[in-house]
Design a protein. Structure first.
Length: 450
């Protein structure tokens, strides 16, 4: 269980006035070996769908495997979410076969979502290596048998058919965002021929927390994609019909909206360049407000690589109508441009610019300019710096900037096991251009430092 490597990363970032577009400061140390992963500082940890699914926080976590057993534990506190969330989780898993595992999971949460849950989870491949079945059910109160929380995910794929099914239910006292919610999702892709593929997607969510509050959401999409090779590139054309329904009910009011949209896309891609154009036309209707209207959107994405080390990408979008369930009729224009250049000696530089204009009852503008540079050293260390300037005008005038400095380095593990003479790798590294010996190099084989 010993041996392995230690990685340390540090990010310094200014807390921006416009938090959504800014960065978070964090410090993280990770120890990785063949059987053990330990994380300290700002990190994310996944336990199971009903407990922790990868939330980020400040704390410590461990993932240890020995034989058929796997143990995970984490204690963390969210630093950039208000109200503050505190999470404590523990999991013990056992591999019953090469394709099946079972685990018992515990989680306690303090903050906006507060409470504890214990769950039993099984993972298996019932129809071969391309299939996966993930089942989990949990108890979070004394009435759990009457009001359980459960999750199911199933996926399978073959040469012509791929599909996913998902269902999730949260009890009314569940300590998380799915409290009182029932969700179902489905995705299917079927290849009729080498050039024609059919696909559909369905998502249904219903949530009731008592007190007269209810919410329901429906998303359904079905379409066809045709693709072929033309002049050394890939050409595709797709058409999809989309139907959405959203309804909200409280003691004081209710609202609903139904959208029907046709999405059409055309794309052509070569090795060093590509262009995609998509058009949406549809209608929206609200029976509670007695309103209806149209919506339209056209957008394009372009990429071009003049050389192997230089890439340019751009995007443009224009839309109008009732663009979201909560928005008034509006017109929106967006344009973005970015470029990345790989330089000599491990340097990489990039720059992006973005501008958006929304016209409704008032005119709102937002612009952002970002530049970054990264150096990757032969020793595995990475140093990066980024600065971003934001400007918004309309309801209020805001000019702000934020920065980000990050450093990651691998360290030799203080727990390396003694190696026998047969397991020692000997040799010398030389510079390919000059032939001179190189010193101070750290090599990695799998997760073990050499």
């Amino acid at each position: 269980m010993l041996g392995g490597s230690v990685f340390v990363s540090a990010t310094l970032a200014e807390m921006p006035r416009q938090k959504f577009y800014g960065e978070d400061a964090n410090l993280k140390a990770t120890y990785v070996s063949e059987d053990v992963i330990v994380q300290l500082g700002d990190h994310s940890q996944a336990i199971s769908p009903l407990t922790l699914t990868g939330e980020k926080g400040l704390g410590a976590s461990a993932d240890v495997s020995t034989g058929n057993w796997n143990i995970k534990a984490t204690a963390q506190r969210a630093r950039y979410i208000f109200p503050v969330q505190e999470r404590l989780a523990f999991s013990v898993g056992y591999a019953t076969s090469s394709t099946s595992t079972a685990s018992v999971n515990l989680m306690h949460r303090n903050g906006y979502y507060q409470g504890s849950i214990m769950s039993l989870r099984t993972l298996s491949s019932p129809f071969g290596p391309t299939s996966k079945l993930d089942l989990e059910c949990g108890m979070d109160n004394a009435e759990a048998l009457r009001d359980p929380s459960c999750s199911m995910q199933f996926s399978n794929s073959s040469r012509r058919l791929s599909y996913r099914l998902g269902a999730q239910r949260g009890s009314t006292s569940f300590p998380g965002a799915i409290a009182g919610a029932t969700q179902f999702s489905e995705y299917l892709s079927f290849r009729l021929s080498r050039s024609i593929r059919l696909d559909n997607n369905l998502n249904v969510t219903k949530r009731s927390l008592g007190g007269g509050f209810e919410r329901s959401n429906l998303f359904a999409k079905v379409g066809v994609t045709w693709s072929t090779r033309v002049l050394g590139g890939s050409l595709y054309v797709s058409a999809h019909g989309v139907h959405t329904q959203n309804a909200y009910t409280t003691l004081a009011s209710s609202s609903d909206r139904t959208d029907n949209t046709l999405r059409s896309s055309l794309g052509y891609h070569l090795r060093r360049m590509g262009l995609t154009v998509s058009v949406e036309q549809g209608t929206s209707r609200s029976s509670s407000e007695g309103t209806s209207g149209g919506l339209s959107r056209i957008k394009s994405n372009y990429r071009y690589s003049p050389t192997q080390s230089w890439s340019i990408n751009g995007s443009w979008e224009m839309s109008s109508g009732n663009l979201s369930a909560m928005a008034l009729k509006q017109t929106q224009h967006q344009i973005g441009l970015g470029s990345t250049l790989a330089l000599a000696k491990g340097w990489t530089a990039s720059a992006t610019a973005f501008r958006s204009t929304v016209e409704a009852t008032i005119r709102q503008q937002y612009a952002s300019l970002r530049g970054s540079i990264t150096r990757t050293f032969k020793t595995g260390r990475t140093l990066s710096a980024r600065i971003q300037m934001n400007h918004s005008a309309g309801r209020q005038e805001i000019r702000a900037s934020d920065y980000r400095l990050a450093f990651t380095t691998p360290l030799a593990s203080p727990f390396n096991r003694a190696q026998s003479e047969a397991n020692i790798l000997r040799g010398r590294l030389i510079d390919q251009d000059t032939g001179a010996p190189i010193t101070g190099i750290m090599m990695f084989s799998a997760t073990t430092s050499l």
